[in-house]
Design a protein around this ligand. Sequence first.
Ligand SMILES: [Zn+2]
Ligand SMILES: [Zn+2]
Length: 356
Amino acid sequence: MAKKDYYEILGVDKDADKDTIKKAYKKLALKYHPDRVSDDKKEKYEEKFKEISEAYTILSDDKKRKQYDSFGHDAPNQGFGNSGFGGFSGDNLSDIFKDLFESQFGGGSFRDRHRTRVGDDLQYGLTIDFEEAAFGCEKEIEIRKNVSCEFCGGTGAKDKKLERCDKCHGEGRIEINQRTPFGIFRQVVVCDKCGGEGKIPKHRCGHCNGNGIVHNKIKIKIKIPQGIDNNQVVRVEGKGDSIKNGKNGNLFLIINIKPHKIFKRDGDDIYMDFSINFSQAALGCKISVPTLTGTKKIRIASGTESGTIVRLKEEGVENVNGYRIGDQFINLKIKTPKRLDRKQKKLFEELAKLEK
Ligand SMILES: [Zn+2]
Ligand SMILES: [Zn+2]
């Protein structure tokens, strides 16, 4: 049976860089790890796992990869082939296994214990008015999220008293043996009983059940910058989920702007229609048009046609990054009178005569 192409096995391009290859391998290795399936599928997974590990062993090694690129699988005399793999215990693999198991168990090694844990980021859709988006605003929203328990100060302990964890003897880490198709890997992982803290509550806090974290509805005040546009995202630092003994995640607000009665927005520019009547268009006139900040008087030249666009410079929205102010565009529409009184009718008839 022909052997499958290593690149194909990992699902990467022939010119993929090392990082891409590593990522692809990690993803597949997690998926096909034999310890992750029921017994009936184990054999199949083990087979697949070996296949991807073999592909990774070759492609992650510059020399072996070059040989493979030149000669493919059929290179028995190139110091390659099955014996050339040198087994699967290469540095690359053991490194990646370490990575793999650390991420898989959400734990990490003793070193990682000092890495700050961060709560989840949260997303929230926020609908605001047209003007609020144009000028910026302050909003108060109410969301449900994980927050530090106020009764125990986030310690999880009634009276905030903690004692040494008996599972890890205060070390915060324990050793486990991880069985893989290539042997047993000894791993040091974070103690699951104390979450790596080495300490556990003497008496659990009844409000958070010892978690130090509760899921509550809370109010958050938010500043929305001027010029924000539809579907833009406002990042609110530290207002995501809280996590015990860690940093809060962030909150991301996805902005939705309500339509305006008069204006339409396109980027920083705003658009509107404005109706004038026949005689105004013919004779020229002064009109007062609404702007974002009030009204503005503009001159309409005599003989203006329907569909003429008037531009008001910098009457639009100030860009969210502040580098420009948009313009306002007014699309002039000429109203044709629908119902004429007797006098109007007479005047139009006079006009018609003249136009002949
Ligand atoms: Zn412990
Ligand atoms: Zn509590």
